[in-house]
Write a new protein. Structure first.
Length: 301
């Protein structure tokens, strides 16, 4: 355009899309009798006299409240990771309560959100070239070639292969000078493959996080990993991945008290004539991957 031109043009380097998500309800209940509550803190002693020497092993029952909380967190974690939405094109859920037709909303988890848009890479045996190829895929969609932080969430098999691959990589390039003897420490140093949870490659940080939920979902015979760009937007405080909930309703605990109270031996008002009580943990939550294009899935065949 000449000087004092009338108009100009700008080409946007990224697209803008809107993805609709929904809040899911997660709930776990634990019912127990008054007698169980009274004996929950008791020790159980078991004598072992197989070899002629009397031995005594002491066991203790796990707290019901602890088990309930762990079950709730596990259920919510798996739903946020693997859950698939049941909402149709009109915004209506396909599952309802058969008794009163109340809608049951289910949101997409992290993996289904990424699967719709991410790169997929299938491999026969994990090696350093595979990792370099996937990192290159992520770099193509990153804002910069360097300075990025990539997270690999994987199952146990992939994690074991990572130690094998990076162990060979370090041995090949002799990156550890003080391997057996340290002049500074004036003594021997520990030997072993430690610190593979994060490593640097081509100016980028790569972190590995093993999740047993992936092992339960995809098994331990073949490797599986989800690689996602956690660099984020440097100009805003918005994280690449976030969990949403109603204010104060991400985890709510309630108690339904029966005869004997919560500990099985208490007096006072009750809400049920049954000699037992119930503890409830529930809450609303959903997860959002703000840029699912910046991710990749690796799967062993």
């Amino acid at each position: 355009m000449p000087e004092l031109h009338d108009e100009g043009h700008v080409k946007w380097q990224s697209n803008v899309e809107r993805h609709r998500g929904y809040l899911s309800t997660h709930r776990n209940d634990a019912s127990y009798s008054a007698l169980y509550a009274a004996y929950e803190d008791r020790f159980i002693k078991i004598a072992d006299d197989k070899d002629g020497n009397k031995k005594e092993t002491i066991y203790r029952l796990d707290k019901l409240e602890k088990n309930l909380l762990e079950n709730f967190l596990t259920a919510r974690n798996q739903a946020l990771m693997f859950g698939k939405s049941n909402i149709d094109a009109n915004g209506k859920p396909t599952i309802v309560n058969p008794e009163d037709n109340r809608p049951i909303y289910m949101s997409d988890g992290m993996i289904p959100q990424c699967e719709a848009f991410c790169n997929k890479y299938v491999y026969n045996k994990l090696n350093i070239t595979t990792l370099q190829t996937v990192i290159g895929m992520l770099n193509e969609k990153a804002d910069n070639e360097t300075g990025n932080h990539y997270l690999f969430v994987c199952n146990t098999k992939f994690w074991q292969d990572i130690y094998r691959v990076l162990g060979d990589y370090l041995a090949q390039f002799h990156t550890d000078g003080n391997y057996l003897w340290s002049m500074k420490a004036n003594g021997y140093v520990s030997v072993g493959a430690e610190g593979f949870d994060t490593f640097k490659y081509a100016g980028n940080s790569i972190t590995f996080k093993v999740d047993r939920a992936m092992t339960l979902e995809y098994g331990n015979a073949k490797g599986y990993a989800l690689a996602i760009d956690l660099t984020g937007n440097a100009t805003s405080a918005q994280p690449p991945v976030a969990m949403f909930s109603l204010k104060g309703a991400d985890m709510v605990t309630n108690k339904y008290v029966g005869v004997g109270g919560l500990d099985g031996v208490s007096s006072g008002e009750v809400a049920s004539p049954v000699a037992g009580s119930k503890r409830i943990v529930w809450g609303y939550s959903s997860i959002a991957v703000f840029n699912p294009y910046k991710s990749a899935i690796l799967r062993e065949v």
